[in-house]
Ligand binder design. Structure first.
Ligand code: GDP
Length: 435
């Protein structure tokens, strides 16, 4: 997401950055281009208009023009304004010690059930005792889907029965609480393909019964401005406290995310970044702005590394590096997300990579499958992999003996490379400080 917008803005700003002094006319021309770029990215008209008005005003007012660093200062103004537009300081739902109820609402297909599961995981990892309530009686498979997610995350799921009244649901939750107290209840509610009165009434009744402390609307970034009209209606009828924007990993132009704060007046709490349970990130306006302008998101990168526990990745002596170590490391790195996405978090990289660049994830999955078909003894001692063992492994992983051979050769080359690197470090006085 944001790729086209990012490229456009970076081009416009690059031109400004190169100028030593700027005239008002130059700034004006650039602002017109920025406005066009925003509109083309499906940003709300009012948002685009105010955005350039504020940047222009500051550029002219702050005596930026004519100064030697004018170009750079305008870049900073645009960066700051992007952060403001996205909501300024990052905000998160307010949670008390107990008695927290998060009410999840949204149209069908927005990613409500998936996000409910992701939130359960997010908060469980923060030490919360979560109960999920599956109250989406509209979409046939929603309750099954939430039950499966609950099992994966390891939190209980209370399923609302067809025809159950909101009061009955509340009573069942209270009953559950008496046996197994939970400090955070997340309610997945029914969605519809479109807003209709019946849905709004039902949600409103359930909300009254459940007394949520936060009401989050799940918005699909792919549906653009229309999603924000929907958000306004939800806010008027149900009352919202914040937003979750899903499918930020898709190729949506980004306008919905950029306009959401302005149009709804509600903060974006989280962004959905994949279909997996791990694909939920607190929304940091400054980091997103940095990504759009190609300044990278080093903090995001570090956090993903911490999540994947890369610190656990032991550095082995080259001679001891076996196939089991290779498998562990590959899996830990893959936990951080698709490699192509990771590279883009590195400053400047999003522009350096060719369009549509992607690391071949399949290749990595093949290697995983091959090593997984070996016994632990074989992984620890690749030397014992004779012809019959290689044949068995090929069969077990649905590949060919040639592929097994290739993997073993690759591993040997890696070992050789590591030996060389470690030799160099040693020879140069050893360790990190050596130069
Ligand atoms: P609901 O009807 O709102 O409960 O929608 P679901 O939770 O079933 O999600 C609809 C589809 O969107 C599913 O295929 C999800 O896997 C997918 N989805 C949800 N969130 C994300 C996301 O952040 N990124 C991507 N790529 N897909 C998502």
């Amino acid at each position: 997401m944001f790729e086209n917008l990012g490229n456009r803005l970076q081009d416009i700003l690059e031109k400004l950055r190169r100028e030593s002094k700027l005239t008002e006319a130059q700034v004006k021309a650039a602002m017109r281009e920025i406005r066009m770029a925003l509109l083309e990215a499906d940003v709300n008209f009012g948002v685009a208009r105010d955005f350039v008005a504020r940047v222009s005003e500051k550029a002219v007012g702050a005596e930026v023009l004519g100064s030697l660093t004018a170009g750079q200062q305008v870049v900073k103004l645009v960066h700051d304004e992007l952060i403001e537009t996205l909501g300024g300081k990052a905000q998160q739902p307010t949670l008390k010690n107990e008695g927290n109820v998060i009410f999840m609402v949204g149209l069908q297909g927005a990613g409500k059930t998936t996000s409910t599961g992701k939130l359960a995981k997010f908060y469980k990892e923060k030490g919360r005792r979560v109960l999920l309530v599956a109250a989406d009686t509209q979409r046939p498979a929603a309750r099954d889907q939430l039950r499966v997610l609950g099992t994966q995350v390891g939190v209980p799921v209370l399923e609302v029965a067809n025809g159950e009244t909101p009061e009955q649901t509340r009573a069942r939750v209270q009953e559950f609480q008496r046996g197994d107290f939970r400090d955070l209840i997340i309610v997945d509610t029914a969605g519809r393909l479109q807003i209709d009165e019946g849905l709004m009434d039902a949600l409103s009744d359930l909300k009254t019964a459940m007394q949520p402390t936060e009401t989050l609307l799940v918005v699909d970034a792919m549906t653009g401005q229309e999603a924000l009209n929907v958000a306004k209606t939800f806010d008027e009828r149900i009352g919202l406290s914040g937003l979750i924007i899903t499918k930020m990993d898709g190729d949506a132009r980004g306008g919905a995310a950029l306009s959401a704060r302005f149009v709804t007046g509600k903060p974006i709490y989280f962004a959905g970044t994949s279909e997996k349970l791990t694909g939920l990130e607190p929304f940091y306006p400054d980091r997103v702005a940095g990504r759009i302008l190609g300044m990278g998101d080093v903090l995001g990168l570090i956090e993903r590394a911490q999540q994947a526990d890369l610190a656990q990745m032991e550095m082995k002596k080259a001679g001891e590096f076996d196939l089991e170590d290779l498998l562990t490391q590959l899996r830990q790195i893959r936990k951080m997300g698709p490699l192509g996405d990771l590279l883009k978090l590195i400053p400047g990289m999003s522009r350096a990579l060719p369009e549509g660049f992607n690391v071949d994830e399949k290749q990595i999955q093949r290697i995983d499958a091959l090593i997984s078909s070996m016994t632990l003894k074989e992984r620890r001692n690749p030397g014992i992999l004779n012809a019959s063992r290689r044949k068995r492994i090929a069969g077990g992983s649905g590949s060919t003996v040639q592929e097994v051979n290739k993997l073993i050769k690759m591993h040997e080359q890696m070992k050789g490379m590591m030996k060389m690197l470690q030799g160099m470090q040693g020879g140069l006085g050893g360790g990190k400080g050596g130069k």
